[in-house]
Design a protein around this ligand. Structure first.
Ligand code: SAM
Ligand code: DTB
Ligand code: SF4
Length: 329
């Protein structure tokens, strides 16, 4: 029998069974198909680069089992309050000068207060004035908050579904799938671009990975940006000892995401630090066309910019031009 996502607010554009059939293709057939879809919808060798900055770190009240920033887990993490604007701007300038087109600011909140949003809005306006695209991820948004971010000039809001509806309860207990869908709807309704993806390597099955992709594809319209994170195992978190995901299965996940959401920008997100260059090359072949760029993700390491420059050069990849029109200063 067909395994459909049983979630009333999701449409059924792609049944999980059809997505599983893609996963089950011979590897070369899957990659050829993904690369063909990719070339039909995107420049063949261009990769978008986003830099990340944690503007408020740790002490998060949520209990996401993968996350070093949850206050519930004893991780070796320095907590910091909201970063002052000059420090944020200095980091954004460095990222821009290193070649990032987008600057993403993350805060470990369940949901921002109006005062916290006031401060982030200042950050967004200042980063935007540098000529960069802007993205923030601040947790759940209350009514009106997405509109305020849009009015400030924000381009993207990142809020992930993380995993399939069926597996979600194994990973997070403090906010529901519906809570996430509600924030995503608020972001969409405010006219912001949606950055929404998930995380794999949580000990989930292939069917769960297919369920995540089905859920993402069911958002109507599907997100403009889909980050696929591979779990970074952080000591002290409940998933510190999760089994390794086969790198070829990770590549398959990228390929299936590309086929199911042909026009989205698929980001090869967390996990590159421990990923072999040839696995990353296969991910680009499978249709990934974005990375997090810069030596730090939020709290964990990312490849050195020199290593990424070398990877781009060896693969003949070029940075995707930014679509923003703000003037650099
Ligand atoms: N606190 C906000 C929220 O959850 O909405 C935003 C920041 S949160 C760190 C953004 C995403 O990072 C998560 O949804 C998850 O997919 C990813 N992430 C967090 N910890 C990770 C880890 N250890 N490895 C890989 N990805 C991770
Ligand atoms: C996303 O999907 N991945 C990024 C971003 N959105 C905010 C975060 C990755 C975090 C990896 C673990 C860390 O560095 O804390
Ligand atoms: Fe908090 Fe986001 Fe980490 Fe969950 S993923 S614990 S919400 S910072």
């Amino acid at each position: 029998m067909d395994t459909l996502i049983r979630h009333e607010t999701l449409s059924q554009a792609w049944p999980v069974s059809a997505i599983l059939e893609l996963f089950d293709l011979p590897f070369m057939d899957l990659l050829l198909r993904a690369q063909t879809v990719h070339r039909r919808h995107h420049p063949a060798n261009a990769v978008q680069r986003s830099s990340l900055l944690s503007i408020k770190t740790g002490a998060c009240p949520e209990d996401c089992a993968y996350c070093p920033q949850s206050s519930r887990y004893a991780t070796d993490l320095e907590q910091t309050p909201l970063m002052p604007l000059p420090q944020v701007l200095a980091a954004a300038r460095r990222a821009r000068d290193a070649g990032a087109q987008r600057f993403c600011m993350g805060a470990a909140w369940r949901s921002p207060t109006e005062k916290q949003l006031d401060d982030v809005i200042e950050h967004v306006q200042a980063v935007k004035a540098l000529g960069m695209e802007t993205c923030v991820t601040l947790g759940m948004l209350k009514p009106g908050q997405a509109e305020r971010l849009k009015a400030a000039g924000l381009d993207y809001y990142n809020h992930n579904l993380d995993t399939s509806p069926e597996y979600y309860g194994e990973i997070i207990h403090t906010r529901t799938y519906d809570d996430r869908l509600q924030t995503l709807q608020r972001v969409r309704d405010a006219g912001l671009k949606v950055c929404c993806g998930g995380i794999v390597g949580l000990g989930e099955s292939r069917e769960i990975r297919a369920g995540l992709i089905a859920a993402l594809a069911s958002l109507a319209p599907y997100p403009e940006s889909v980050p696929i994170n591979q779990l970074v195992k952080v000591p002290g978190t409940p998933l510190a000892d999760a089994p390794d995901l086969d790198p070829l299965e990770f590549v398959r996940t990228i390929a299936v995401t590309r086929i199911v959401m042909p026009e989205t920008v698929v980001r090869l997100s967390a996990g590159r630090e421990s990923m072999h260059d040839s696995t990353q090359a296969l991910c680009f072949m499978a249709g990934a066309n974005s990375i997090f760029y810069g030596e730090q993700l939020l709290t964990t390491p990312n490849p050195q910019t020199a290593a990424d420059a070398s990877l781009f050069q060896r693969l003949g990849l070029t940075p995707m031009p930014a679509s923003t029109e703000a003037s650099p200063n």
